[in-house]
Design a protein around this ligand. Structure first.
Ligand code: FES
Length: 115
């Protein structure tokens, strides 16, 4: 049986591929994850928690990502929904950089997503 607390480190991009002020969608086990470089690195679920929208089609506004479909903003640092219609936060995942490579620290099993 898999230890539910077990984590794995998954390389997703080189740091120089996601410069400050940009973002990139990556996929791990068919789960979309948005990696944002804005005052540090953030990794959040890549699909909006309101309806299906790939958030790399949204835009960065201050310390938030704005969903382009219904314009809810989500705090990059907490994932919290700052405006309706979204109410659920975006799931966040720990990010590590080792030797210029961005690694996500993810559960060994299913990757949690709020929907
Ligand atoms: S799909 Fe993102 S706010 Fe509605």
């Amino acid at each position: 049986m898999t230890d539910p607390a077990a984590v794995r480190r998954v390389p997703v991009a080189r740091l120089d591929e996601i410069p400050e002020g940009t973002m990139r969608m990556v996929e791990v086990d068919a789960t979309h994850i948005l990696v944002v470089h804005r005052d540090g690195l953030h990794a959040l679920q890549g699909i909006c928690s309101h309806e299906y929208f790939e958030l790399d089609g949204g835009f960065l506004t201050g310390d938030a990502i704005t969903c382009a479909l219904h314009l809810s903003r989500f705090d990059l640092a907490t994932g919290e929904a700052l405006d309706p219609p979204a109410t659920l936060p975006l799931a966040r995942y720990p990010v590590i950089v080792e030797e210029g490579v961005i690694l996500l620290e993810l559960p060994v099993g299913a990757i949690p997503v709020n929907e």
